[in-house]
Ligand binder design. Structure first.
Ligand code: SR1
Length: 385
């Protein structure tokens, strides 16, 4: 109990520490052009206030006029590679479509200045609302301020922007990291050698790292023997190659007990390297979940035994709903964190599980009613016709 309290205090202190800011560079991708005037303030008076967890109350609620039209939404993404990003994009598209709108995806391919350019393009085109995925405040603050001045609402995910009026959502990265690390510590009984895969400059990874640092303090008999990591257009392959090099450096069985890989692209690569080297005694503790991840984790003797995750499509749905609430003139919180779950392979049945049915096996999985206003059912019903 005393140790737990010490850890909590340490974590809270570290959370306040500043993040580092390295960024990879990459190519750009040009977006298609969009144009539409924002209808943000039109029906503020008619809109209803809701809490983030408010559940829907039927499809007969009055739809605020500001959202009762085909809105143009821009999604400004730092990158779109990997299964997390593809599920997230599907979630954005599905929710916006249900509301009768259109979402334009702007992918900056890991280039922050391109991301800022995309934000500027969306503002110039007068979109009705802006969603930001990843990126850093230093690159985007100016554009976000301009969007807000022009009455274009902004909702961010996995970003460190804290501007007044912006709603920032996350997967609660601190809980994600602690959930999987706690399992790791228990599985090796608080003692052993571990490898850490990490790259700086990405808000969720920076937050997870805060917990990792606290974890090492909390478990002095767990030693980090190697660390590597980079985020690229082929993160999984890069991680695999880097893990292969680590395995060559530590060839004896038992010299590495576990790997903490707090991003599924890291975990996939590391798992492949371990499998190919026949070192299945090394266990992998990851973050994130997808159909592909589930398949890898459920394979016989898979080293990847635990992951902590939310449903990326649901993250996207929550972000879109907050944006529509803002457009409708409703109050939204400054911050909102989805509740992640820990998924142990041992909790899953023998038969293959997919993202569609993982909730049947993992308690607390999903939060489908977050950021749902009563009129959203009516809007969805109308657009389903
Ligand atoms: C490079 S950042 C990768 C992370 O972004 C999302 O938060 C996913 O959880 C992924 O792990």
């Amino acid at each position: 109990m005393k140790k737990g309290l010490t850890l909590l205090l340490l974590v809270l202190t570290l959370i306040l520490a500043a993040c580092t800011n390295q960024q990879p560079s990459s190519q750009e991708e040009e977006p298609e052009e969009t144009s539409e005037e924002t209808a943000a303030e039109e029906t503020a008076e008619a809109a209803e206030e809701t809490s983030p967890e408010q559940t829907s109350q039927g499809s007969d609620a009055e739809i605020p006029a500001a959202v009762d039209q085909p809105l143009k939404i821009a999604a400004i993404m730092e990158f779109s590679t990997g299964t997390f990003a593809s599920q997230y994009v599907s979630g954005l598209e599905a929710q916006v479509k249900k509301f009768g709108g259109e979402v334009q995806i702007y992918n900056a391919n890991n280039d922050l200045s391109q991301m800022a350019n995309h934000l500027q393009t969306a503002i110039n085109q007068g979109v009705d609302g802006i969603l930001i995925d990843h990126g850093r405040a230093e690159a985007l603050n100016q554009g976000v301020e301009e969007a807000l001045e022009k009455g274009i609402p902004v909702v961010t995910f996995d970003n460190d922007i804290t501007a007044d009026g912006v709603t920032a959502i996350s997967q609660d990265d601190y809980s994600l990291a602690w959930g999987t690390l706690k399992q790791l510590a228990q599985d090796i009984d608080g003692e052993g050698n571990i490898v850490y895969v990490w790259a700086g400059g990405f808000t969720p990874l920076e937050r997870r790292n805060v917990i990792y640092e606290a974890f090492l303090e909390h478990y002095p008999n767990i030693e980090e023997v190697a660390r590597f990591g980079s985020v690229s257009n082929n993160t999984a392959l890069d991680s695999q190659n880097q893990m292969e090099a680590v395995l060559k450096k530590y060839p004896e069985e038992g010299s590495i007990d576990a790997v903490f890989a707090p991003y599924d692209e890291f975990a996939k690569g590391v798992t492949r390297a371990i499998q190919q080297a026949g070192r299945d005694e090394i266990k992998v503790y990851g973050i994130d979940l997808s159909d592909e991840d589930l398949q890898i984790m459920q394979a016989e003797n898979s080293p990847w035994v635990t992951t902590a995750a939310t449903d990326p499509a649901e993250v996207a749905g929550v972000q879109v709903r907050f944006l529509y609430q803002k457009i409708a003139g409703e109050e939204t919180p400054s911050i909102y964190a989805l509740d992640p779950s820990v998924v142990n392979v041992s909790d899953l049945p023998d038969e293959p599980v997919t993202m569609a049915d993982v909730g049947q096996h993992i308690e607390g999985w999903g939060s489908p009613n977050a950021a749902r206003s009563p009129w959203m059912d009516a809007l969805e019903a109308k657009n389903a016709q």
